[in-house]
Ligand binder design. Structure first.
Ligand code: IPE
Ligand code: IPE
Ligand code: MG
Length: 271
C-alpha cells in the first residue's frame, strides 16, 4: 500500500469536535493512503474575507490570494489522482454582497483562466461549470465557456467550478423541467425516480462521479451554505479552521487522511 506519512499533531487543524481533546495521539503517525484517494472532492472555499481582514487588507485581497490557492490545490488534487474537484466559487446568495466585491469576484474567472489554461492543458485537466452561467456578466461567461472549450478533450481530472450555483435553485429547476414533461405527456409520474433526478442535476456531466465523496469546508464554519444539497446525501464532511488562502498541500492531504479514517456505510453495516 502506498502511503504518505504525516507527523502527529495535524488534527489540531481539523474541527473535530469530540476528538479534539481526548483522541489526539501525539505519537501516532497518520498516513494518506494513495490507493484510496476520494474520487470526487468538493470544497467550500471559505474565509477569504477574514484572511484579508486579519492582515488589514481589503476583502478582495483575500479573493485574489484565494485564486492562487485554487491553482495550487488543482495541481495537488490532479497529481493525487482525484477524478473530480468541485470548487464552490460563487453562490446564488453571494449577489447580496456589496457591488464592488461582486464585481471583483466576477472578474476573477477571467484573470484565472487567462493565466492558467495552459497549465490546465499541460496537466490534462478538463474545466466544467455548474451554476446559472447565463446570469453572469458576458465577459465572465465567455471566459468560462472558453476554458471549457479549450480543455474539453482533456481526459484527466475534471476541475468543476460551482459558479452562481445554489442547491435549492438547482433542485427547483429540475422539478420545473420534470413537471413540464409530465404536463406535456412525455413523462409519467411513475418514471420520476431518484436516478432520474440525479441525471437531471447540473452534476450529471460528471457521470459516475456526480456525488462528492468528501466535502471540505475551510474557515471554521460548520454549515453547507446551499452547496450540492441533493448530491451530498452520503458525502463525508471535513471542516477545517484554515482560511482558504492558507490552504496548502499538507492541510489538503490532512483533510484526505481525515476522510480515510471514516467508515462509510451508506445505510448498510460496517465493513
Ligand atoms: C469565500 O470567502 C469566497 C466567496 C464566498 C466568494 P468569503 O468571502 O466568504 O470570506 P469570509 O467568509 O467573509 O471570511
Ligand atoms: C459559501 O460561503 C459560498 C462560497 C464559498 C462560494 P459564504 O461565505 O457565502 O457562506 P455563508 O454566508 O457564510 O453561509
Ligand atoms: Mg464566507
Amino acid at each position: 500500500m502506498v502511503k504518505f506519512k504525516f507527523s502527529s499533531t495535524w488534527r489540531c487543524d481539523v474541527v473535530s469536535f469530540w476528538k479534539k481533546n481526548n483522541e489526539i495521539d501525539e505519537n501516532n503517525e497518520l498516513e494518506l493512503d494513495l490507493e484510496h484517494i476520494p474520487k470526487h472532492v468538493a470544497i467550500i472555499m471559505d474565509g477569504n474575507g477574514r484572511w484579508a481582514q486579519q492582515r488589514h487588507l481589503p476583502r478582495i485581497a483575500g479573493h485574489k490570494e484565494g485564486m492562487n490557492t485554487v491553482k495550487k490545490v488543482t495541481k495537488i488534487a490532479s497529481d493525487l489522482g482525484v477524478k473530480v474537484l468541485t470548487l464552490y466559487a460563487f453562490s446564488t446568495e453571494n449577489w447580496k454582497r456589496p457591488e464592488t466585491e461582486v464585481s471583483y469576484l466576477m472578474g476573477l474567472p477571467i484573470k484565472f483562466f487567462d493565466t492558467f489554461v495552459p497549465e490546465l492543458i499541460e496537466n490534462n485537466v478538463r474545466v466544467e461549470v455548474i451554476g446559472y452561467i447565463d446570469q453572469l456578466p458576458t465577459a465572465t461567461r465567455a471566459a468560462v465557456e472558453n476554458a471549457m472549450e479549450q480543455t474539453k478533450d482533456n481526459t484527466g481530472m475534471i476541475l468543476n467550478f460551482a459558479l452562481n450555483y445554489g442547491g435549492r435553485a438547482e433542485i427547483t429547476t429540475v422539478v420545473q423541467e420534470i413537471a413540464s414533461k409530465v404536463q406535456e405527456g412525455t413523462l409519467q409520474v411513475a418514471e420520476i425516480t431518484t436516478d432520474l433526478l440525479s441525471s437531471s442535476m447540473m452534476t450529471a456531466k460528471l457521470d459516475q462521479y456526480q456525488d462528492p465523496d468528501v466535502v471540505i469546508r475551510t474557515s471554521g464554519e460548520i454549515r453547507i451554505s446551499n452547496f450540492l444539497l441533493w448530491q451530498v446525501a452520503y458525502s463525508e464532511f471535513v471542516f477545517l479552521e484554515t482560511h482558504w488562502p492558507d490552504m496548502n498541500e499538507i492541510i489538503f492531504k490532512q483533510a484526505l487522511v481525515e476522510y480515510q479514517q471514516r467508515n462509510r456505510r451508506f445505510g448498510g453495516l460496517k465493513k
